[in-house]
Write a protein that binds this ligand. Structure first.
Ligand SMILES: Cc1cc2nc3c(=O)[nH]c(=O)nc-3n(C[C@H](O)[C@H](O)[C@H](O)COP(=O)(O)OP(=O)(O)OC[C@H]3O[C@@H](n4cnc5c(N)ncnc54)[C@H](O)[C@@H]3O)c2cc1C
Length: 490
């Protein structure tokens, strides 16, 4: 097989307008935000895909997957392109990107049964805008909401800023349609619940393009009461106080939609308008009036219990203002790339983990100490901190954030800075029994720890891959470690 033969094969399945071989677009399709600095500087060293294709329906997706499966061509499913962990990066000479651009129909909004069906290429913001017109919401609000699309949101097991009320995407998906490498199209029906064997939705949710291509999703929708929103903010002594208050709120069964605790360093960059160099704790209560009142009372009670760690309460309008300017548009993403082309420092590398209440603060402290004492280029760090932003009855997440000045060649940035920092975070988390990835997926740069993450249950993950993608054509390198591709990681 050669690239030319692949293109000839694609032309038998699609029209010319559905096949993109523009050199700039293929370069763009070579990697995602994990290597955003090398990409911006135009020094990516992995192969470009042969083409980006735009199927119009699941039958075309099926034909494409069968063709790639028969000819051992790597398939990279693509939606809004906001992936952060190398999920869209290509490691194969022969690869085709299947982009959901033409799968862009909002199929149905059913306010009686409280669900909406959308094709995989529908942007979350577009569905949210439609729902808001009739008084409903998706309840899903990742910071990438204006850009991310449903295929990617489901495939990465995404979570939004309102997760503590509405849940992660896994709590929202009712049913879905997906296509397997052998061309089989599966539709998982929409029912409120069933005990019909294992929950097969989870074979598609979080698969990161390694098992199937998601073509359509049905999600729950919620009534929206924005007029009742209440915001709470506090300056606190340390992040541990914040975690303790979060625990108190959630273990008492209150469900604010936003509940976050920030380290001083992270607070400095998010709450420049009031942080006073302190850690910050914030909440938002949402829903019908009586629920908002009760949730607010629960928050105030928890804050009162940990009074000795609370420095002062912040004007709630400042928190509301922060919340209204949180999301990233495509323009913000493009501006960041422009900034990296012109400068050698950049912001916004992150690693997100989760752990139970008893260990999360310990993991945070261990990570920060180890990075400060062990990381070879610690002097280049311009920011190191984190926040907890998604809490549960039994624990919470920690979103580590790090920024640095880059003192190396652009192609070495991820090897010298990003990967070693991520390694410390992952190692310290796994050591104490946490999960190395809370919501961005494993992608390609945490796959070396997938076995350790899952332990004896890795058998189940491995068996899924063997069953659904026996030829290994789906998103080579995502989730599953590939020894012969190690050169791209080191
Ligand atoms: C500024 C910014 C803020 C972010 N904030 C959040 C946040 O708050 N919460 C959060 O969870 N994430 C966040 N992310 C990460 C990212 O937005 C999510 O992972 C999102 O779900 C990716 O959606 P996408 O449509 O952009 O998918 P893509 O980037 O196109 O793809 C992501 C992964 O899913 C696979 N995939 C895509 N489409 C399909 C499909 N149809 N079938 C099978 N596999 C598919 C791809 O191969 C890839 O591995 C953020 C990213 C950015 C850049």
């Amino acid at each position: 097989m050669t690239k030319e033969i692949v293109l000839e094969g694609l032309k038998k399945l699609l029209t010319n307008e559905q096949i993109n071989v523009d050199a700039d677009d293929l370069y763009d399709a070579t990697a995602d935000r994990y290597k955003k600095y090398a990409k911006a500087k135009k020094v990516l060293d992995n192969p470009s895909p042969c083409a980006i294709v735009y199927p119009k329906n699941s039958s075309e997706v099926s034909d494409l997957l069968m063709f790639c499966n028969q000819n051992q061509v790597n398939v990279i499913p693509r939606s809004g392109k906001t992936a952060t962990e190398g999920g869209l990066e290509n490691w194969k000479e022969l690869a085709v990107v299947i982009d959901g651009k033409n799968l862009n129909e909002i199929v149905n909004i059913d306010t009686y049964n409280m669900q909406a069906t959308i094709q995989a290429g529908v942007a979350l913001q577009d569905l949210e805008d439609e729902l808001r017109k009739v008084g409903y919401t998706t309840g899903h609000s990742p910071q990438s909401k204006p850009v991310a699309q449903y295929g990617g949101l489901v495939a990465t097991r995404s979570i939004g800023q309102l997760s503590t009320l509405y849940g992660g995407i896994e709590d929202m998906v009712v049913g879905l349609e997906c296509v397997f490498p052998n061309g089989h199209i599966s539709r998982i029906k929409n029912v409120p619940r069933r005990a019909g064997g294992p929950d097969i939705r989870h074979i598609a949710i979080g698969n990161e393009g390694t098992l199937c291509y998601i073509t359509e999703v049905t999600i729950k929708i919620f009534k929206h009461f924005p007029e009742n929103n209440k915001f709470y903010g506090y300056l606190i002594k340390d992040i541990d106080t914040g975690i303790k208050v979060l625990r108190e709120v959630f273990t008492n069964s209150y469900r604010p939609s936003v509940a976050r605790a920030y380290s001083e360093e992270d607070a400095r960059q998010h709450f420049y308008h009031f942080h006073k160099d302190k850690c910050v704790l914030i909440f938002m209560a949402e829903g019908p009036q009586a629920i908002v009142e009760a949730t607010g009372a629960g928050i105030e009670e928890a804050v009162e219990k940990f009074q000795e760690g609370i420095i002062e309460q912040v004007d709630s309008s400042l928190i509301e203002d922060w919340f209204n300017h949180l999301n990233w548009s495509q323009q913000d993403i493009d501006d960041e790339v422009e900034e990296m082309i012109n400068n050698d420092s950049h912001s916004g590398y992150t690693t997100e983990i989760s752990a139970d209440w008893a260990t999360v603060s310990q993991i945070y402290d261990n990570v920060i100490k180890r990075i400060r004492s062990e990381f070879r280029f610690a002097d280049d760090l311009t920011m190191l901190g984190g926040h907890s932003s998604h809490s549960y009855l039994n624990g919470t997440n920690m979103y580590f954030v790090y920024q640095y000045t880059i003192n190396c060649e652009p192609e070495d940035e991820f090897r010298m800075y990003h990967h070693p920092l991520q390694t410390i975070i992952v190692e310290e988390t796994l050591k104490l029994g946490g999960s190395m990835c809370h919501h961005h997926g494993i992608g390609k740069y945490r796959n070396q720890w997938t076995r350790q993450e899952h332990g004896s249950a890795y058998y189940m993950l491995e068996t899924l891959k063997e069953a659904f993608d026996p030829k290994g054509i789906m998103s080579y390198g995502n989730i599953y470690y590939q020894e012969d591709a190690a050169k791209y990681q080191q």
